[in-house]
Every structure is written in C-alpha cells, then in structure tokens.
Design a protein around this ligand. Structure first.
Ligand code: NAD
Length: 323
C-alpha cells in the first residue's frame, strides 16, 4: 500500500536529516521542510496504527549522544516541545489544557533558536552543564559553557538548583564567525543554531570561548523545592540569581491575548539580535503543570508555535516585484 511505503520512506529520510542536523551540524533542508515531513509522518502513523514503531522519528525527543564528552544521565528527563503551526491548532491546545484546568493562565516566551542546556548549581556554586542529548542522557560540556561570560559561577541560593535554557549564537557573533571562516577558506555554518551547537561541542574550550555565545534561561526545574509556585515567579527568581532571563515575555489569559503577542513579536522578529523560530506557550501554575503531566516525548502543559517560512517567500516576492 502506497501510504505504508511512504511511512518507511519518511522514517528513513527523517533519520538522515536528524543525523545531518544534530550530529554533523550540517542540515541539508530548512527546518520548515523537516517539520513538514515530520507532520506528514505523524498524520500517516495516526492513520495506520498497525505501523507503530517505538524507534520511529516521531517517538524521539531529538538529539544524539556524541563521542568525546562524558555522558550524564538527566535526573529529570529533558523533553522536547509539541508544536502548533496556526491559530486553530493553538485553540485546540488551549482546549485540551482547559478541559483539566479551566482557569489556566499562560506565560508566552520567545523560542530562541539555539540548543537546550541544563545547568546544575550546588550550594551556590556552578557545578555542571549538560546538553539535552537524547533527553535521557546528555553530554557534559561544563568547560565549554563556563566560557560564556553571562553565566554566573556563583548564585545566591543554597541547596541544589537546576535550570534549563537555550545557549545560542547572537546574529552579530554569527556574522563575524562566518566572515572569518570565509576569509580562511573554511566551510560556513548554515545558521546560528548550527554554529552554536558546533561551538559547544568543541573539545578545546578555547575555541568555544572565541565564538561569542550567550544564553537565556527559561526553566527552574526544581522551583517547587525552593518555595516557588508559578513559572513567572520562577523566572523572576532566576533573574534575581543573575541568570539571564529574556524580558520579552507576557502573561496571557486566553488564546486571543497569546495570538496578539505572537503577531507583535513576528513583526519585530528580524530586529532582534538573536534568531527565534517561534514562541513557547507555558501553563503558569506549577501545580497545574504537574496535573497536566507529560507524554513520553513532550509536556502537556506547554507547546511551541512555529513561525511559517515567510522569510524566503518575502525575499522571492521582493525580487519578483522589483524586477
Ligand atoms: P523544537 O525546536 O521543536 O522545540 C523544543 C526546544 O525549543 C527545546 O528543547 C528548547 O531547546 C527550545 N526552546 C527555545 N526557547 C524556549 C523557551 N522559551 N522555552 C522552552 N524551550 C525553548 O524541538 P527540538 O527537538 O529541539 O528540535 C526539533 C526541530 O529541529 C524540528 O522541529 C526542526 O525544526 C529542527 N530540525 C531540523 C532538521 C533539518 O534537517 N533542518 C533536522 C532535525 C531537526
């Protein structure tokens, strides 16, 4: 049957694209194209439950564990995020949440296009930085992450603090790096995300130190152990601890407020000094997050809205219109 054959084809293709993206840091297609294949596979697998395979790309958190760095098991799994691509899918997400949490409030953040990182502090001292890897096991990249100047080596909080966020390459660093590479006849990085990932996995941390990386922190994993009740409160606490938190975020009570913020940011997206590929919508109340729980792959209390591929079409249109 055609569709069953297509499922196999898409699984093989997505495996190859993931390898290029996560292991080689060298994608051969755009993220939008990758997401389209993934959506097609999800739809076909839903139609053909008999084709279920635990190893299908749809069942993975993403990422890969590399050689060269010490492997570390995450004490709490580092999940990915579910996706919505339009207003209707956002409404459906909100309805699923509201079925359990009718009075939900959300925090809406920018989705920074970098790589997810976990930091551990013990009794106020930075002890470890670990990549997401496959979600269960990541790589210890502590010595590279220490070279990012905005990350505090000491914080004013006793006990253990685990924070997660995004390490990224600002647009200015990316431009500088690629022009240096061009001048040296080296291969260029495809985008800031790949350049950031490539920098973090340098075995020599002096190379990483020169790459001009930065980070935003968006998740206080064990916030409740520190007496915190909401995500917004957790972000404020991270700021107090001198961790860099993106001030561009908004608390929203319904889908229309979320959508208005999405539109506002979409319009300003290209003025930002870093790349974003969407927005992240999170349930604010931490107890509500626990009640909503997670699937094997993604939390049910958050989702990512992915921007459509407008950039390329706009430029093409510009050319067409100006010719
Ligand atoms: P994702 O990019 O869809 O979203 C999850 C990630 O968003 C989190 O892990 C975190 O790192 C990040 N994030 C940024 N800002 C955040 C915030 N404020 N709050 C929470 N998380 C935030 O998922 P993924 O698993 O990291 O990557 C999958 C995506 O990678 C695909 O959807 C595709 O776009 C891209 N990809 C592309 C190719 C390709 O060949 N072009 C291949 C594989 C994957």
């Amino acid at each position: 049957m055609e569709e069953v054959k297509r499922i196999e084809e898409l699984r093989t293709l997505l495996e190859k694209l993931s390898y290029e993206y996560y292991v080689l840091d060298h994608p051969s297609v755009s993220d939008q194209e990758y997401d389209r294949y993934m959506q097609e596979l999800i739809a076909l697998e839903q139609k053909h439950p008999e084709c279920y395979d635990a190893n299908s790309p749809t069942q993975r958190v993403g990422g890969a564990v590399l050689e060269g760095f010490e492997k570390v098991e995450h004490r709490r799994m580092m999940l990915s995020l579910g996706n919505v691509f339009n207003y209707e899918e956002l409404v459906a997400f909100d309805e699923r949440v509201r079925a359990l949490e009718p009075d939900v409030r959300y925090v809406v953040e920018l989705k920074i296009d970098g790589l997810a990182m976990s930091l551990i502090y013990r009794d106020g001292r930075f002890v470890q930085a670990v990549t997401r890897g496959d979600g269960t096991i990541g790589e210890d990249v502590t010595s590279n992450i220490k070279t990012i100047p905005s990350i505090p080596m000491r914080i004013d909080e006793p006990g253990e603090v685990e924070v997660r966020g995004e390490v990224y390459m600002p647009k200015a660093s990316f431009r500088r790096l690629n022009s240096e590479r061009e001048a040296n006849g080296e291969e260029l990085f495809a985008n800031p995300r790949n350049a950031a990932a490539g920098s973090v996995r340098q075995l020599d941390s002096t190379v990483c130190a020169k790459r001009g990386l930065d980070a935003f922190w968006y998740y206080f994993v064990n916030a409740q152990e520190h007496g915190i009740h909401s995500h917004e409160e957790a972000l404020e606490e991270l700021s107090r601890l001198h961790l860099r938190v993106n001030p561009l975020r908004r608390c929203c009570n319904n889908v229309d407020e979320i959508w208005a913020f999405i539109e506002e940011i979409s319009a300003r997206r290209h003025e930002l000094p870093y790349e974003i590929d969407g927005m992240v919508i999170k349930v604010d109340d931490l107890n509500a997050q626990t009640r909503l729980g997670t699937t094997v792959k993604v939390p049910r209390w958050a989702t990512a809205y992915k921007f459509p591929a407008e950039e390329v079409t706009t430029r093409l249109l510009d050319i067409v219109l100006t010719v």
